[in-house]
Design a binder for this molecule. Structure first.
Ligand code: NAD
Length: 427
C-alpha cells in the first residue's frame, strides 16, 4: 500500500484540512466563495528579525505570524520556536486554531506564530532578546482585542512574561490580556498546566456516557507521558478508567491489570523514569495496537497511518495530540466502526483555558482553580453537545470529525455573513 505520508515523512496538516473541508463541502454544499474564504488567511506576516548574540555578532531569524480569520473575534494562537518552522506550517496551524476556537465556542479567530530557531543553542540572554524583538516587530499587529499569542512548541511562561513586558514597555501601560500562558504571578490563570488534559477527560466522559460504554474499568492506552498524557492518565484513573499502557519517546509500559497511576506519579516526582515502575516494557508501535477500549495518541502527529490502521484494536480513538491520525487511517477506522474523537474537540481544553486567562485579565477578576475546572467542564460539555446535535440531526451518518468541521465552518461562515462579508443561505 502507498504511504499516506508525504515527502517530509508526514502528512501535512493542510492535507488533513483540505480533505475535511472537501467532505464538509460535499455534505454541506459550500459555495466556491465560502471555500475560498475558508482556505485563505486574513493576514500573513513574515519578518526577518535581527538579534545581537552574546559574541557581539548579529543573527537574523525568519519569523511568522498568521492571523487566519477574524469574523468570530480577535485571533489567538501560540508562538513556536523551532528550526523547521515555516510559513506553510504556521498557516496550517492557524487554520486549525480557527476551527478549534469555533468548536470550543470561544470568541476568537485562529492565529499562529513562529520563529525559525533552535532555542537550545541560545543563551538565556539571547532567548530573551529574541523574544522581545519578536514583540517589537509585531506589536502593531497584536493586542488584547486584535491578536493574542500564547506558548507553543519550545516556548513557555517565562517567554510569555518577557513578551508581555516588552509589549507594555511599548504601549506604556499594563496590558495583561495581550498574551496568555503567563505564569500565575504575572496574571496567568490557575489550572492552565492541566487544562488540555482535563478537557480531554471531560470530552471522553461525555462520549462514554453517550455511547453507554459505562466507564468503570474501561481499558485505556495513552501514547505520550508529557504535559498532556501525564495529567490525562491522572484524571482518567481518578474517574475509574483503567490506564493499562503509557509511553514516552523511548518506549512504553504495559500492565493489563491497570497501572497504579498515583504510585507512578510518586516515583516520577522522586526522579524515577517511566520504566522504573516495573511493568512489562513494550514499544510505542505495540502500544498503538493493544486490545484496549480507548486508544489515546497524546505525543506527536501521524501515529495512526495506513501502515498500522488495520492492526488497531481499540474501540475508540481520542486524539489528544494534534493530527495524530492521517486522513486515510481516519477514513478506514470510521469504516470499521471505530469512532475517532478529533483533536479540534478533544484537545480544545488548552485554548479554552487561554480564553479564561484573557477574560480574567480583561475583567481584572481572578478565579480559583475550582472555578476554572467547573467552567472548563461546562464549556467542553457544551461543545460536545453541539456536535452531538449535528450528528443526530443530519440525514446522513457523520463522523465526529465531520460534525466538528461542520460546526466550525458554519460558525465562521455565519459570522462572516452577519458582518456582511458573505451571502449564504439561511443556516
Ligand atoms: P510534551 O513535549 O510535554 O510531551 C510529549 C510526549 O510525547 C513525551 O512523553 C515524549 O517523550 C513523547 N514523544 C515525543 N516524541 C515521540 C515519538 N516520536 N514517539 C512516541 N512518543 C513521543 O508535549 P505535550 O504538551 O504533552 O503535547 C503532546 C501533544 O498534544 C502534541 O501533539 C501537542 O501539539 C498537543 N497539544 C498540547 C497542548 C498543551 O496544552 N500542551 C494543547 C493542544 C495540543
Amino acid at each position: 500500500m502507498d504511504s499516506d505520508l508525504g515527502h517530509r515523512g508526514q502528512e501535512t496538516l493542510c492535507e488533513v484540512c483540505t480533505t475535511e473541508l472537501d467532505r464538509v463541502a460535499e455534505v454541506g454544499l459550500l459555495s466556491d466563495r465560502e471555500l475560498d474564504l475558508l482556505q485563505r488567511p486574513k493576514q500573513k506576516l513574515n519578518i526577518n528579525i535581527p538579534v545581537r548574540m552574546d559574541d557581539g555578532s548579529i543573527e537574523v531569524f525568519p519569523s511568522f505570524r498568521i492571523q487566519y480569520n477574524t469574523a468570530r473575534g480577535p485571533t489567538k494562537g501560540g508562538i513556536r520556536f523551532h528550526p523547521a518552522v515555516d510559513a506553510d506550517e504556521v498557516e496550517e496551524l492557524a487554520f486549525l486554531m480557527a476551527l478549534k476556537c469555533a468548536v470550543a465556542n470561544i470568541p476568537f479567530g485562529g492565529a499562529k506564530g513562529g520563529i525559525q530557531v533552535d532555542p537550545s543553542r541560545l543563551s538565556t540572554g539571547e532567548l530573551e532578546r529574541l523574544s522581545r524583538a519578536y514583540i517589537r516587530e509585531y506589536h502593531q499587529n497584536i493586542g488584547p482585542n486584535t491578536d493574542i499569542p500564547a506558548p507553543d512548541v519550545n516556548t513557555d511562561g517565562q517567554i510569555m512574561a518577557w513578551m508581555r513586558d516588552e509589549y507594555e514597555a511599548i504601549a506604556g501601560r499594563q496590558t495583561p490580556g495581550v498574551i496568555t500562558g503567563k505564569p500565575p504571578l504575572l496574571d496567568g490563570s490557575e489550572g492552565r498546566e492541566f487544562a488540555t488534559s482535563l478537557g480531554g477527560a471531560v470530552v471522553l466522559n461525555e462520549f462514554v456516557r453517550e455511547s453507554n460504554m459505562g466507564n468503570h474499568g474501561l481499558d485505556v492506552a495513552i501514547q505520550g507521558f508529557g504535559n498532556v498524557g501525564s495529567y490525562l492518565a491522572k484524571f482518567l484513573h481518578e474517574r475509574g478508567y483503567s490506564v493499562v499502557a503509557l509511553s514516552n519517546i523511548e518506549g512504553a509500559i504495559y500492565d493489563a491489570s491497570g497501572i497504579d497511576v498515583p504510585a507512578l506519579f510518586e516515583s516520577y516526582e522522586d526522579g524515577d523514569d517511566l520504566f522504573a515502575y516495573g511493568a512489562e516494557r513494550i514499544t510505542n508501535a505495540e502500544l498503538l495496537t493493544l486490545p484496549v477500549d480507548i486508544l489515546i495518541p497524546a505525543a506527536i502527529e501521524d501515529q495512526i497511518t495506513s501502515d498500522n490502521m488495520e492492526e488497531i484494536q481499540a474501540d475508540v480513538v481520542l486524539e489528544m495530540a494534534n493530527a495524530p491520525t492521517t486522513s486515510r487511517a481516519d477514513a478506514y477506522l470510521n469504516e470499521q466502526g471505530v469512532p475517532v474523537i478529533p483533536d479540534i474537540l478533544a484537545n480544545a481544553g488548552g485554548v479554552t483555558a487561554s480564553y479564561f486567562e484573557w477574560v480574567q485579565n480583561t475583567t481584572n477578576e481572578y478565579w480559583t482553580e475550582e472555578q476554572v475546572r467547573k467552567k472548563l467542564a461546562d464549556q467542553l460539555q457544551g461543545a460536545f453537545a453541539n456536535l452531538r446535535v449535528i450528528k443526530t440531526e443530519s440525514d446522513e451518518e457523520r463522523t465526529w470529525r465531520e460534525a466538528a468541521y461542520t460546526r466550525a465552518v458554519d460558525s465562521i461562515l455565519d459570522a462572516e455573513q452577519l458582518r456582511g462579508n458573505l451571502t449564504r443561505d439561511a443556516p
